[in-house]
Design a protein around this ligand. Sequence first.
Ligand code: SF4
Length: 250
Amino acid sequence: MSKPTAELAEVFSSVQGEGLLIGQRQVFIRFRGCNLACEYCDTPNAFTDEPGILEQTPGRRDFVPTPNPVTLERLISLIDGWLRGWPGVHHSISITGGEPLLSQATLLTWLPELRKLLPIYLETNGTLHTALKPLIKDIDIIGMDIKIPSTSGCTNLWDDHRKFLEIAAHKELFVKVIVGAETQDWEIIRSSELISSVNRNIPLIFQPVTSIKGKVEVNPVRVLELQEIACRHLAEVRVIPQTHKFMAQL
Ligand code: SF4
């Protein structure tokens, strides 16, 4: 039987710029493809047919093109070299995209092996609950989105998000909602109620829409109002923009 491979966009070392692991150094493995088409999508390289790019030295941006698909052996060899040469630097491996759960068949084989190197952090749009279920045992931390219509343009994902939350809540988990100038109170109420129906202690992070240069475009008073609404339902609600953009990190 052939070994599972994956279509990867890029592999690199950087600091996590979003969510609860903000500031931690991670190995990022970015998978190609997504099941959604959000209006603010900021990972266009997850959708091209060009070769993937792998960083050779962690954090030095010495990328080399690498034909897809990429094998697990190639990846393990690269990351293992980084961990030997730069011990203690990396906190975890970020499995990101696109939407990495589209590569479920590959991840079934890859995650147990990658997890021998570092803890596994899954960044996901929080919709592919059927794909998550058999993988959950090999994941340590999950950062999932709830996509609200005003910023994503996506509608009718509420039921998928609920099913995803119920599975993901078995691990360390936080939820991220991207908020913008057009975000409505009802979207925040519905998101917060959804999370609290599973566990009100799951942290919720509002990520105000952040421009490519790191400027937050949402009225600061409005962001505080949205936080106040969510705090009626949840124990922990934070506001964190995309910090990697103003640090010029990847
Ligand atoms: S879920 Fe993420 S990768 Fe997919 S379209 Fe939306 S922003 Fe882009």
